[in-house]
Each structure stands twice: as C-alpha cells, then as structure tokens.
Unconditional design. Structure first.
Length: 274
C-alpha cells in the first residue's frame, strides 16, 4: 500500500478494537480496485467519543465504521442520520460529505444478504432473537418485514419492551418472548448477545430442545459452542462472518461509490480470523 498526500483515510472507532477484522477486509478491497484509500482502527475510549468525532472533520477522515460500545452514543454528534439508522437507533457507518457527518446503519442489510447468499429465506417463519441490543435492533427492522412472527427475548425487560414497542409502530407481528425454554417452537433462532465470544461463556439457550432443520444463527463471527451443538442436532448453523462481510461491503460503497470485489473481502476475513 502506497500511502501519500492524496490517500483518503477511513477507519473504525471502537473500545476495545484489537480484535477487529475490518482493516484487513477493507484494505484488501482498496488494493484490489487500486483505490488510494487506507483503513485504520482507532481505539476510542467512551469518554473521548465526542472529541474523536470532532477530529473526523478536523483531519478530513472520509468515512468510518462504528462498533461496540459507540453505535448508539455516537448519534448526537452527527450532522445527519438517515431514516433507517434513525429508526434502528444505532449507527455503524459514517460518511464525511463536505464536512457533514452522515450516519447510516448497514448491519441489518448485511445480515439479510448473508442469509440470501446461503439460500435461507425467512418468509412466513417464526423467529426469535435473543438479546435486544443494537445488533438486534438492526436485524429486527428487516426480519419483521417478512417473518410470520418475530419474538425478541432479553433479561432486561425494559430494553426488550421498548424495542418491541418501537417495532410495533411499523409492524404488527412483533412480540416479547417471555420464555425461551421451549426453543423447538421457532423456525429461526438468532443469538444477538456476546455470549460465545469466550470459550467459558455459558450458552445463550438450552440446546437440548433444538430440532433438525431449525436455522440457528450467531452474530459472533466465528463458530461458537452454540453453533457446534446446533450442527450436532442437525440444524442449519450460520455464524456472523457473512453479516460482517456484507455490512462492510455496503459501507465501502457509501465511502467510495464503487462495488468492491466480494471474494477479496471474504478471503481477507477468513485468512485473518483469530
């Protein structure tokens, strides 16, 4: 990579950030298209978030990804937020357009594309999402469009109740799941919690009642114990690597106006997994 005075800087704000695979994915895509761009990880402590966002304009950074724990808290510091991200209540992509910072959310579209490329349809299915955080908000916005019923479960009853109320303003098929012990009733099960990032983490659900041909997704981008147990039960198991890939592709397009080479980005992710 030849960095010079014309190089356009993109990157990612997060805390922690050491685990991110995004630099490998985006820098490989820039190189493949011979674009004079560079993608850099920025460790941004939560108390410094506002200053870091102001620096985006000062240093003419042309685009950013936003990851945990900043997706919701970054919103007040932006000049404009598109309709989708505003409804979701979280931003994962920022475009610096003539010193105006515009917030987007590509997570939901990324997840749906990851299902589509595996030939998985959620039309008319009953779905449960475990965890009512920012990732859940992003994917539920899309899943609720075609699901027969969408259930959301979280131990934080206030948080899950607020999300369900928000979604019911535009959809009528959304409910709060009070109990997920009878997990075999659902067609699609999605783990949107961090449980599984560490080997010693407990499972987010009781896998003994999983049944063959259920679809089990984990938004964590590696094969977790949940997915291993789901495969043992004959389920269709999908990790979060595809969602990471496609949300990155959509962000890349927002920054550059160009379509990246998908397989280049996918290979960069696979080859740099820890």
């Amino acid at each position: 990579m030849n960095i010079n005075g014309r190089t356009k800087i993109t990157g990612i704000f997060g805390y922690p950030i050491e685990h991110t695979l995004s630099p490998a994915m985006h820098n490989a895509a820039f190189k493949a298209l011979d674009l004079n761009y560079c993608y850099v990880p920025f460790l941004v402590h939560p108390e410094h978030l506002e200053k870091a966002v102001l620096a985006v304009k000062a240093m003419n950074i042309c685009g950013l990804n936003i990851t945990i724990p900043h997706k919701e808290k970054v919103m007040p510091f932006l000049d404009k937020i598109n309709e989708e991200a505003s409804f979701i209540g979280a931003v994962n992509t920022i475009v610096n357009s003539n010193s105006k910072l515009i917030g987007y959310n590509t997570d939901g579209r990324g997840f749906m594309q990851s299902l589509a490329e595996k030939g998985i349809s959620i039309d008319g299915r009953e779905i449960v999402i475990i965890g009512a955080g920012g990732a859940c908000r992003a994917i539920s916005y899309y899943l609720s469009q075609n699901a027969k019923l969408l259930f959301i479960y979280d131990i934080d009853k206030d948080k899950v109740g607020k999300l369900a109320d928000d979604l019911r303003k535009i959809r009528k098929n959304v409910s709060v799941a009070e109990d997920i012990s009878i997990i075999d009733r659902f067609d699609v099960i999605i783990n949107a919690t961090p449980l599984g990032l560490k080997k010693e983490d407990p499972l987010p659900l009781n896998t003994s009642r999983l049944r063959k041909e259920q679809i089990v997704c984990d938004l964590i981008y590696k094969k977790t114990r949940l997915l291993e147990k789901a495969e043992d039960k004959g389920c269709i198991a999908l990790d979060g690597l595809g969602m990471l890939l496609w949300q990155g592709i959509f962000a890349f397009e927002l920054w550059t106006g160009k379509r990246p080479r998908v397989e280049i980005m996918r290979n960069a992710l696979v080859n740099n997994q820890i």
